[in-house]
Design a protein around this ligand. Structure first.
Ligand SMILES: [Zn+2]
Length: 208
């Protein structure tokens, strides 16, 4: 059995082969990622607003109704193997994956910003502390030799014992409490594309 993450969409459509369909799909979603709702401009260098377009699953025909635009982070949530080397799992049941993804995107954009307004913002000043706070692993994990790595989650799932949270009245598969904490390294190009929009949003916020 394959561990289901958020979706079971296909690999992204090839931009050279399906350009007009991809643009139609992006416009149909008003330029937003179908999962985290981030919206970036459609530019000459990024005519699809930085979004990849995928079939919602591999079984459906290639037509507009079946297409999903997804940002560089979210597009990975159709297969846990895509997450190897991109970060690790953390226990954050109180936040949705899409909210966490958007917070991380803002943090990585401000941390690499050279704009003086952005660098004097509270988000910039607090960004490292927020990262540390969000990424803190529970102490109890040590007792189970769990480190939040993608490999350990796959191992637990494959051996069918899973991670169960026995504290709740109804037994919850522990993986439901986990969120994926992206690290920026593999997403440098995407962060470079997102940064001017995030900077503009923060600067606009200052003016209000
Ligand atoms: Zn997204």
């Amino acid at each position: 059995m394959k561990l289901q993450l958020i979706g079971h969409w296909s690999k992204p459509l090839a931009a050279d082969k399906h350009n007009s369909l991809i643009i139609q799909a992006v416009k149909r979603f008003d330029g937003c990622c179908a999962y985290c709702a981030v919206k970036m401009p459609m530019t000459v260098t990024h005519p699809h607003g930085g979004l990849s377009v995928c079939l919602k699953d591999n079984e459906v025909p290639l037509e507009l109704d079946n297409l999903l635009p997804l940002c560089a982070f979210c597009v990975n949530f159709n297969d846990i193997n895509n997450l190897k080397g991109s970060g690790s799992f953390v226990e954050l049941p109180w936040i949705t994956q899409s909210d966490l993804t958007n917070i991380l995107r803002v943090i990585y954009c401000v941390q690499t910003s050279s704009d003086p307004f952005v660098k004097s913002s509270y988000i910039y000043q607090g960004s490292s502390a927020i990262l540390e706070e969000l990424g803190r692993a529970p102490k109890q994990w040590d007792d189970f030799y769990f480190d939040g790595s993608v490999e350990k989650v796959i191992e637990a799932y494959d051996s069918a014992f899973g991670f169960f949270d026995k504290r709740s009245s109804s037994e919850v598969l522990y993986v439901d409490r986990l969120r994926f904490f992206f690290l920026p390294d593999k997403f440098k190009a995407a962060i470079d594309f997102w940064r001017p929009t995030i900077e503009a949003q923060i600067i606009k916020g200052f003016g209000q």
